[in-house]
Design a protein. Structure first.
Length: 132
């Protein structure tokens, strides 16, 4: 996990995710920056804010970075020109029984957006609503 995330923020993400990957619900090992830091760091003011962070297992963290075009469509990667708070993510949240679009909020909570139109290319291991 990234060691430069403040402890308070790390705890908010772990609590929001219930220490589980927000894609597959397996144990969370990483905190992923939705707006990427880049090789030389960043001057972004939101880089370590809860709305820019998502708890992932190591496999889905790797998948997200290896498949950036698909990851943007699911909100797991956010373009640098967009505020992450206003770029929903398709996730499995502990308080909901299925995947849906959520806005990640600055206080570490989520706001349900809708469960329509899941991303076309879901990561392996993420259940599809259309298969239910």
């Amino acid at each position: 996990m990234s060691t430069d995330i403040p402890d308070r923020t790390r705890k908010l993400i772990q609590s929001r995710a219930d220490n589980a990957c927000e894609i597959c619900r397996k144990p969370m090992t990483d905190i992923h920056h939705r707006q990427r830091k880049g090789m030389g760091g960043t001057s972004s003011l939101v880089i370590h804010n809860p709305e820019n962070l998502i708890g992932l297992c190591r496999w889905h963290h790797g998948w997200t970075h290896a498949n950036p075009a698909h990851a943007v469509l699911g909100g797991w990667i956010v373009p640098t020109t967009v505020d992450p708070e206003f770029f929903p993510v398709w996730a499995q949240n502990v308080n909901y029984g299925y995947s849906a679009w959520f806005s990640l909020l600055p206080d570490g909570c989520v706001r349900w957006v809708n469960d329509l139109h899941e991303p076309l290319n879901l990561p392996p291991g993420m259940p599809s609503l259309s298969a239910a």
